[in-house]
Design a protein around this ligand. Structure first.
Ligand SMILES: [Zn+2]
Length: 60
């Protein structure tokens, strides 16, 4: 598994935003903010969102 390739895929789908001093990630498709910075385990919820994101599915 290429962790870097996987991670760059995250950045195709999410934008890093700062809110109230916290780093969060915003979905590029539905603009939903996921309150989770990707750390060791944090990307799981991001991938789950990408799979579920209806706006993204429409684009595909
Ligand atoms: Zn989304």
């Amino acid at each position: 598994m290429d962790a870097r390739a996987r991670r760059s895929k995250i950045w195709e789908n999410f934008t890093q935003v700062e809110s109230e001093g916290e780093v969060k990630l915003q979905c590029n498709h539905c603009m939903k903010v996921i309150g989770c910075y990707p750390n060791k385990n944090g990307t799981v919820s991001l991938w789950r969102h990408i799979k579920m994101c209806s706006k993204r599915n429409l684009q595909d």
